[in-house]
Write a protein that binds this ligand. Structure first.
Ligand SMILES: Nc1nc2c(c(=O)[nH]1)N[C@H]1C(S)=C(S)[C@@H](COP(=O)(O)O)O[C@H]1N2
Ligand SMILES: [Mo]
Length: 409
């Protein structure tokens, strides 16, 4: 790690104040004996031809969220507590499937665009790859992420509580380009998107969103989509609840009103305290979480630590993240790591001196619209306790005097 002189003296000062340095002092050169991996050739190139992480990183995996009654209608979370920067490796992208992952032959796959259009068309994957393309880095979050309205378990990790979010570079054709090709009729106001999986997942998308920044995505982090992420084609709607980004996309139908599919009537609505239900709550509001130290971590000694975490907003970019180590009594502004992009994960960090006492670690994000992430009390006051979706409250991890970190129940 390279520090600027200012930062070095700040960190050096903090470490010295704690009465020690990070690292083992004394007889450092004695540790320079030549290890076995320096005395022999390593493995040859292209073995394996498609690279995988070091075998020592074997514990870093997606995990099914709750023991699923039906393994194909389930979700798995991203291990955020082990990741760095803002990009989620494709193999660790969270999954949410309503009927498992279909095995689609891209040569046989078609996207049909019909309904209130001048020219109904069927596109092959080759057709779609011929259109001018875009690549953009965006998060995707399931609106069921962090459904911890009523407490929880001290052992829950950030993977359990916040793992239904990931961030990738998505490449594809702007949906607006394909809609221009078919010619949307003036009365066309909503678009039905349908998946080719056994769930035939369907959602209605307003035309304004479809013409804004929606992407027909065929690639993710430089390679074609993984099967779990919708291979060979998915709809990708930046900043909106993950459910709208229909995977294995086979059909877009233009209509003059919403189609009222199962996923926007019985599911993905928010039951309010007065008994009414909010529908079409598309945007994922500003949210943040500390990933290090977080539940399951163990601090071995007092001294300097960097508090690290992630913040995001479906309305734009993150303008500020504040961190509290005393349960919200005082807040300090964290540093935002570049790049800070719209509708994208933003990494924040703050040097922190652990003096050996208990600490309640929290973060709160403000986005470019000025919206401040609410407390859990504020969120429950506004929304009640009847709905599962769209929980974005301030979150905390409890550190005890022995350095163990747990989920706050
Ligand atoms: N066809 C289809 N699209 C789908 C789903 C699905 O089960 N089938 N799940 C949705 C939900 S609820 C979410 S949160 C995201 C998850 O995308 P991911 O598995 O790539 O993370 O896809 C959405 N698109
Ligand atoms: Mo979801």
């Amino acid at each position: 790690m390279v520090f600027s002189p200012d930062r070095r003296s700040l960190l050096g000062g903090l470490a010295a104040a704690a009465g020690g340095w990070i690292g083992t002092a004394g007889a450092a050169e004695g540790r320079l004996q030549v290890p076995v991996w320096t005395r022999q050739q390593g493995s040859p190139v292209a073995s394996p031809a498609y690279g995988v992480p070091s075998r020592f990183e074997d514990g870093i995996k997606r995990r099914p969220r709750t023991p699923p009654p039906i393994p194909t209608a389930a979700s798995s979370g991203t291990p955020l507590q082990h990741l760095h920067g803002i990009i989620t490796p494709a193999g660790l992208h969270y999954e949410r499937h309503h009927a498992g992952v279909p095995d689609i032959d891209p040569d046989q796959h078609r996207l049909v665009v019909h309904g209130l259009v001048e020219r109904p068309l069927a596109f092959t994957m080759d057709d779609l790859l011929r259109f001018p393309s875009v690549s953009r880095i965006h998060f995707m979050e399931c609106s069921g992420n962090t459904s911890t309205w009523g407490g929880g378990n001290p052992k829950w990790t950030v993977q359990d509580t916040h793992g239904l979010i990931s961030c990738s570079e998505w490449t594809g054709v702007p949906l607006a380009t394909v809609l221009q090709e078919v010619g949307v009729k003036p009365e066309g106001r909503w678009i039905l998107a349908e998946g080719a999986d056994a769930a035939a997942m369907t959602r209605s998308v307003p035309i304004e969103i479809a013409l804004d920044d929606a992407i027909l995505a065929y690639a993710q982090n430089g390679e074609r989509l993984r099967p779990e992420q919708g291979y060979p084609l998915r709809l990708f709607l930046p900043g909106l609840e993950g459910n709208l980004s229909v995977k294995w996309l086979r059909r877009l139908k233009v209509g003059d009103k919403p189609f009222q599919s199962r996923e926007e009537t019985s599911k993905y609505t928010d039951l309010m305290p007065d008994g009414t239900a909010r529908q079409f709550t598309f945007t994922m509001e500003a949210k943040s979480v500390i990933t290090q130290p977080s539940s399951g971590h163990q601090l071995r000694e007092r001294g300097l630590y960097e508090i690290r975490g992630l913040a995001w907003s479906g309305r734009g970019s993150i303008s500020k993240v504040e961190v509290s180590t005393d349960g919200g009594q005082t807040w300090r502004e964290a540093e935002l790591q570049q790049p800070v992009l719209s509708k994208c994960l933003t990494r924040f960090r703050l040097p922190w001196q652990w003096d050996g006492g208990p600490a309640l670690l929290q973060s709160r994000a403000t986005d470019s619209t000025g919206y401040l992430q609410p407390t859990k009390e504020q969120l429950i006051r506004a929304r009640g306790l009847n709905s599962n979706y769209h929980f974005n409250a301030v979150y905390g991890w409890q550190l005890n005097a022995e350095g163990a970190v747990t989920h706050v129940v």
